[in-house]
Design a protein around this ligand. Structure first.
Ligand code: SF4
Length: 351
């Protein structure tokens, strides 16, 4: 029996004419979501010079939505980027009870991406050493970190990519602020603590809700993250709830805090290691940005002028609500402007 193909979609993204209004709307939203995530990842890569010509990126894949999203986006960018870089996906099978160890190899085979599964029974070690009822995460992640560094070395990886997103960065900042007594976040790019690796977080600008929607759209074969039986840190849960609550009640707030992480003013904090207060002298030159000294800072319901001037907007933006596209540009641009330009030019031309 022959089929009338006149109403069939001609590509994955075409909307068939027989689709309902709701389906067409969903298709449009899905396309927007994919483009937005690609654009934000490309922007983070450019802003922090995360990927360079000839890099071999080890993408750490846990089987959760974030790392699946990271691998998917990096593989797409790899095809489009004018620079050449390699990807190797790595999963650490920690032998947690019930871990379905066939899912990732099958998925990665289908993708055709080079991969390595490292099997190390850290679960037995952790459950043997940590008393029952105590949180195992600290030792577990320490062991995992050491293994992944070793694997990166063995595979000749030049960068290690992790799937942390915008909300992870915000939560870490608040955890440090509320419970650690210091202003410290989760950087998009850093040198590993053993001094031997560069770790990157290409999803740094992507909010978690977009990754949840992307995982659904792409039907990633998610592996549950509670197999070890350990509870997520209660303090982190509390912070995540706080941010989610803000997002409902004050849509600007979490983006403002996130933007603020890229616009630090050391002279207006109190860390003498960052600003030389001791040797401060008058210059005789007026500074319009300078402190008024006797005036109190005043904030109302709108974004303060300083933030508007810094690139923040009152209106929501499709990509990053409440924040203009240049709002994340770090004070010190990434070292390789050329690479930033190549990623940005691709984004601008909508590729
Ligand atoms: S949740 Fe489980 S697997 Fe994750 S760090 Fe904690 S103990 Fe390890």
């Amino acid at each position: 029996m022959s089929q009338d193909t006149s109403t069939l979609p001609t590509s994955e993204t075409d909307t068939p004419v027989f689709a309902s209004k709701a389906e067409r709307k969903q298709r449009v939203n899905d396309n927007k979501l994919s483009k937005r995530i690609m654009r934000e990842v490309g922007r983070a890569i450019g802003d922090f010079n995360m990927i360079e010509e000839g890099d071999k990126i080890m993408v750490c894949l846990s089987g959760g939505k974030d790392s699946y999203g990271l691998l998917d986006v990096l593989m797409t960018l790899q095809k489009r980027a004018p620079i050449k870089f390699d990807i190797v996906a790595v999963n650490l099978d920690q032998k947690q009870p019930g871990f379905p160890d066939h899912i990732l190899p099958e998925y990665l085979e289908k993708l055709g991406v080079p991969y390595h599964i490292e099997t190390q029974d850290t679960y037995s070690v952790v459950t043997r050493v940590i008393a029952e009822g105590k949180t195992m995460c600290s030792l577990c992640s320490r062991l995992r970190r050491g293994i992944l560094y070793r694997v990166a070395k063995e595979l000749g990886a030049t960068k290690i990519a992790l799937g942390h997103h915008r909300d992870d960065i915000l939560a870490t900042f608040f955890l440090n602020l509320f419970y650690g007594g210091r202003m410290k976040g989760m950087p998009p790019k850093l040198m590993s603590d053993n001094g031997e690796h560069i770790v990157i977080r290409p999803l740094a600008y992507v909010p978690e809700k977009d990754l949840i929607a992307y995982a659904k759209l792409k039907e990633f074969p998610i592996i549950p993250c509670n197999l070890c039986g350990s509870q997520e840190n209660l303090k982190r849960q509390e912070i995540n709830r706080m941010i989610a609550d803000w997002d409902k009640k004050f849509p600007h707030r979490s983006w403002n805090v996130f933007g603020a992480l890229t616009r630090v003013v050391p002279s207006h904090l109190m860390d003498p290691k960052l600003h030389n207060f001791a040797d401060l002298k008058v210059t005789g030159q007026a500074d319009p940005e300078g402190d008024k000294g006797f005036d109190q800072d005043y904030f109302d319901d709108h974004l303060p002028e300083s933030l508007l001037a810094a690139g923040f907007e009152e209106d929501h933006d499709e990509a990053t609500p409440g924040v203009r596209q240049d709002a994340f540009t770090p004070a010190q641009p990434a070292a390789s402007g050329e690479q930033q330009i190549v990623f940005m030019s691709k984004r601008r031309s909508g590729q």
